[in-house]
Design a binder for this molecule. Sequence first.
Ligand code: SF4
Length: 245
Amino acid sequence: MSNSQDCGIERGQLPAISLDLEASQPQDILGWATGQFGADLIMATSYGLEGMVIIHMLHELKANLTIINLDTGYQFPETLRMQEAIKDTYGFDITLVKASTTTEEYEAKYGGKVYEMDPNQCCFDRKVRPLQNALAGKPAWISSIRREQTPQRAAAGIVEWDDKFNLIKINPLANWTLEQVNSFINDNKIPTHPLYQRGFKSIGCWPCTRAVEADEAERAGRWSGFEKLECGLHTRATEKSDEHV
Ligand code: SF4
C-alpha cells in the first residue's frame, strides 16, 4: 500500500476521523487502527514510558503488527536489552531498524562525532532515513508522542497525515498527560526502561541524553547544549530540523 486511498481512507477524511477519536480511550484508538490496517500497521518505539504503554495495550488487543526500534548504533546497552524484556513479557519480536553504516564507518566518513558537530544530520542519517525506509509502502504507523511534550507536538492529531513519511500517523496518547501515563504503568505493572530509575525522563541515544533534575522539563536531558528538542521524526516535512541533506 502506498497511500491512504489504498486502505480505504481518503486523506481528506482524516481530520474528521481524528476528531471522532479525540474523546476515545487509547485502547479504542488502537483497536480502530488494528482493525483498519491489520498486519500492515507499524509501531516505532524507543522504549519510552509511552511506548511501553502502547505495547501493553497492543498485547491486550492481541494485535498482529510490526514493532520497530531505530537502532542508531548509539543506543544505551539498557535500551538494547529492552528488546528481550518485551519478548519475555509480551511475546512481541521487535525489529531493529539500522542505519546503512556502522557508527565507525559513519564517523570515519564525516571526520568524527557527527552527533557533536551536527546532531540534526546525525539524527537524519541514523533515525529519519532508516524510518523512511521502514515505512515505505506502508499505510499507517503508530507513534507514542504526547502533545504536551514539545511545542512541535502540541498540534498532533489522534490520526493525521504524515507529510514527512507520506502515510497515516496514529498518535493514541496525543492527549494524555504524563500523570496518566505513569498511573497506567503503575496500575498495570508495566516494565519500564531502567534509566527512568536513574534520573532520566526521556530516552534517546547515549551521546545526546542525560539524567535531569526533578524540576527540569521532560526533554531537558536531550541534546543538552543545543537548541534541539526533536530528532526529526515528528517534525513536519517543511520544518528545518533536517534541512542539511
Ligand atoms: S540522538 Fe544523537 S546519536 Fe542519536 S541519532 Fe540523534 S544526534 Fe545521533
